[in-house]
Design a protein. Structure first.
Length: 504
C-alpha cells in the first residue's frame, strides 16, 4: 500500500522449541510515532531485531519505501536509513563519549589521501553541538564508564538521532532517565516528526505512550492483536489488549505492621556524591527514595551496601554500629541490593536460572566445597514456582528470559539468602505492566513478613504508589521527607529540584 515508509508482512520466527512470532504485520507511515506494545516475551524486541538484520525471519517480507528488501545486519539497516536505540546498553566503556556517538562512522581528517586518520576534535565538536541542541550536560571527552546508566542512555539517544535516519526504533529509551530528561527526548521526537522521520516506540510507560503516539500496535504471545489510533484507546483498553484482561489497581499497596527501627544512617558521606545524609528505616516499612538523575540515590545505597567506602558518618543495624566495607560485609549483615542494571551487575547472563539463583547462597548449598546439585535444583524450582518465573526449567539460560523474568531471578537470588533489609534500585526498569504488578505484590509480601524495604525509582507514580514514606535527594543531599498521606508530585519535585520546601 502507498503511504507507508515501512511494512513488515507475515513475519514468523522460532527459536529451538519456542515459537516467538507468528504471522505478524506492522505498517509505519512517515512522520508517525508508532508505539509497539506488549508484555515482555510478546515478541516486540524480536520483531525489531529482524528489522535491524540481527535476526533473520523464518518467513515474511520487509518492504522499505515501497521496495522489498533484506537486512544483512545492523550496519546494512543503518545504511538503508534505519537506526535503533536498544534497551540494553551496548557502549564501549573505555572510549570517549564522542567516540561512542560516532562509532562505526568515524569522521576522518581531510588532506590525508593515503592514510585514514580519525578527526577526534571534529567528533568532539559535533557531539558537543548535538548535546547543546538537546540540552544535555555531558562532556564529549569523558570516558563512558564514568557516566551513570541514565547518561549512557542519553548518549545512545544522541547517537541514533545523529544518524539522520528515516526510521528510528526506540526500545525503552526513557527506562533509565528522569521525567525532566524524558521531556528533552519528547521535544526531539516532535522535531523528528516534523522532518518526516518515523519513530517506532517501545515502552511500558503508559503515560508516555498516550502522550507522544499517533498509532499503537499490540503484540501478545508473538501474535498481532491489533493496530489502533492512540486517541481511540485508554489505559484499560490498552492493558486489556496487552494482557487479555483488565488490570485494575496497578499499585496494590496494602497496610503493613511497621515495627522498630532496623537501619539508622547518620551523617553518611561519600565524597561529593553523598553529603551528610541521615535517615532511618523500620521493619515492615517500604521507604521510597526519589530524586533526579545525579541526585545521589544509587550512590547512597551503594555506600550502605559497601560497594564504596564512606568518607564520613555511621550506619547502625538494630541499634548497633556496623562498619560495612564490602558487599560481603553487607550480605553477612542481612542486607540485599538489587541493582538498577540487572544485565551488568545482577546476573550471569550465560549461566542457568538455577546457577543464578544459588549465587549469593552458594555456601548454604555446598558440602565440603562441592555444590549439592539436587538441592540447588530443588531450591530453584521452589522460587520459580513462588515468583512465577516463566522459564522452561531451572536449566534454561537466564539471558534468554524476558526482562521481567530476569528481574524475578535476581530477586530469587537474594531472597534465598533471607535478608532482613532489601534495597531495590529501579526494580521495574524495562519490564511490562503485568510483571511490574508482580514485583509490587512481592514487595508488599516482603514488607508484610517484616522485612524492611528501600525502593529507588525514577517513576513518580511508582515511588508514590508503593511507598509508606519517601525521602527526596538533590545533589547528594537529603532535602525532604514525606509521609504517605502527604504524597504529591509537586512536593517531591520541589525537593528534587532544590526548591525551598518543608518536610512534612
Amino acid at each position: 500500500m502507498e503511504g507507508y515508509v515501512l511494512e513488515m508482512k507475515n513475519i514468523y520466527k522460532s527459536f529451538p522449541g519456542v515459537k516467538v512470532l507468528e504471522d505478524v504485520n506492522l505498517q509505519i507511515k512517515p512522520g508517525e510515532v508508532h508505539a509497539l506494545m506488549g508484555e515482555n516475551g510478546a515478541g516486540k524486541s524480536t520483531l525489531m531485531k529482524i528489522l535491524m538484520g540481527i535476526y533473520k525471519a523464518d518467513q515474511g517480507t520487509i518492504i522499505l519505501q515501497g521496495k522489498e528488501t533484506t537486512m544483512h545486519g545492523p550496519k546494512d539497516a543503518m545504511n538503508k536509513g534505519i537506526s535503533m536505540i536498544h534497551q540494553e546498553l551496548n557502549t564501549l566503556l573505555d572510549m570517549e563519549v564522542a567516540e561512542n556517538v560516532f562509532v562505526g562512522r568515524e569522521l576522518l581528517k581531510k588532506g590525508f589521501s593515503k592514510m585514514k586518520i580519525v578527526d577526534i576534535d571534529k567528533m568532539r565538536e559535533e557531539t558537543a553541538r548535538y548535546f547543546h541542541e538537546m540540552k544535555i550536560d555531558i562532556n564529549p571527552r569523558a570516558k563512558m564508564r564514568t557516566l551513570s546508566v541514565a547518561e549512557m542512555q542519553l548518549v545512545e539517544i544522541v547517537k541514533a538521532i545523529s544518524l539522520n535516519s528515516k526510521i528510528i526504533v526506540m526500545d525503552e529509551p526513557t527506562s533509565a532517565i528522569t521525567e525532566k530528561e524524558a521531556l528533552v527526548l519528547f521535544e526531539q521526537i516532535d522535531r523528528l516528526k516534523k522532518q518526516g522521520v518515523a519513530i517506532i516506540y517501545i515502552s511500558h510507560k503508559m503515560d508516555e505512550i498516550f502522550r507522544i503516539s499517533d498509532t499503537i500496535t499490540v503484540l501478545r504471545d508473538g501474535q498481532w492483536i491489533g493496530t489502533t489510533p492512540a486517541n481511540q484507546l485508554d489505559d484499560n483498553s490498552l492493558i486489556k489488549m496487552m494482557v487479555g484482561r483488565e488490570l485494575t489497581d496497578i499499585y496494590p499497596k496494602e497496610p503493613t505492621e511497621i515495627g522498630d527501627v532496623i537501619l539508622k544512617v547518620d551523617d553518611l558521606s561519600r565524597g561529593k556524591k553523598v553529603k551528610n545524609v541521615s535517615f532511618s528505616l523500620k521493619k515492615g516499612e517500604v521507604l521510597g527514595i526519589a530524586g533526579l538523575v545525579g541526585a545521589g540515590r544509587s550512590e547512597l545505597v551503594e555506600t550502605i551496601f559497601g560497594l564504596y567506602h564512606k568518607t564520613g558518618g555511621s550506619v547502625e543495624l538494630n541499634g548497633k554500629k556496623v562498619n560495612i566495607k564490602s558487599p560481603q560485609d553487607a550480605i553477612k549483615n542481612k542486607i540485599a541490593l538489587i541493582t538498577e542494571d540487572r544485565k551488568q551487575t545482577g546476573l550471569n547472563l550465560i549461566g542457568s536460572v538455577k546457577e543464578n539463583i544459588s549465587t549469593v547462597s552458594i555456601k548454604k548449598l555446598s558440602n565440603h566445597g562441592l555444590i549439592n546439585k539436587k538441592q540447588e535444583g530443588e531450591v530453584a524450582d521452589k522460587y520459580i514456582q513462588e515468583l512465577k518465573i516463566k522459564t522452561p526449567s531451572g536449566n534454561a539460560i537466564v539471558g534468554n528470559l524476558s526482562g521481567g523474568n530476569q528481574q524475578k531471578v535476581v530477586l530469587a537470588k537474594w531472597l534465598l539468602d533471607e535478608p532482613d533489609i532489601v534495597i531495590f534500585d529501579e526494580p521495574t526498569r524495562g519490564i511490562d505492566i503485568g510483571a511490574k504488578r508482580d514485583i509490587y505484590l512481592l514487595i508488599n509480601e516482603l514488607a508484610k513478613s517484616g522485612k524492611a524495604i528501600i525502593v529507588i525509582s525514577s517513576e513518580m507514580a511508582e515511588v508514590m504508589g508503593i511507598s509508606d514514606r519517601i525521602i527526596v535527594m538533590c545533589e547528594g543531599e537529603l532535602k525532604g521527607e514525606i509521609q504517605r498521606e502527604n504524597f504529591s508530585q509537586e512536593l517531591i519535585m520541589s525537593y528534587a529540584s532544590n526548591i525551598e520546601g518543608r518536610a512534612v
